[in-house]
Design a protein. Structure first.
Length: 92
């Protein structure tokens, strides 16, 4: 696990840096009409669902969905659940 995390650290750092470079105004989010599904790990700290709900309140068609048993690493630990949610949005 240490080797994996060490190897993934540079990419992870670049992703975090890129996410802080983005911004979106509340008005732009309010005008975003495509369906949005915001998933989060149900085992994440309480701030995570709070952030998901706050973001969803700014998007007119957003829905929040907890992934049971998951944390923020849900893409790695619960790929089937994540894929199922993506399929749900893609089909709608």
């Amino acid at each position: 696990m240490q080797a994996y995390l060490t190897g993934a650290a540079p990419k992870n750092a670049a992703d975090v840096k890129a996410s802080f470079a983005e911004s979106a105004e509340a008005a732009a989010l309010a005008a975003f009409s495509p369906r949005v599904l915001i998933a989060y790990g149900a085992k994440s700290p309480p701030v995570v669902p709070a952030i998901a709900r706050a973001l969803a309140s700014l998007l007119p068609t957003a829905e929040t969905v907890p992934i049971e048993g998951a944390t923020h690493a849900m893409l790695d630990t619960h790929p089937e659940a994540v894929a199922s949610l993506i399929g749900r949005v893609a089909i709608a």
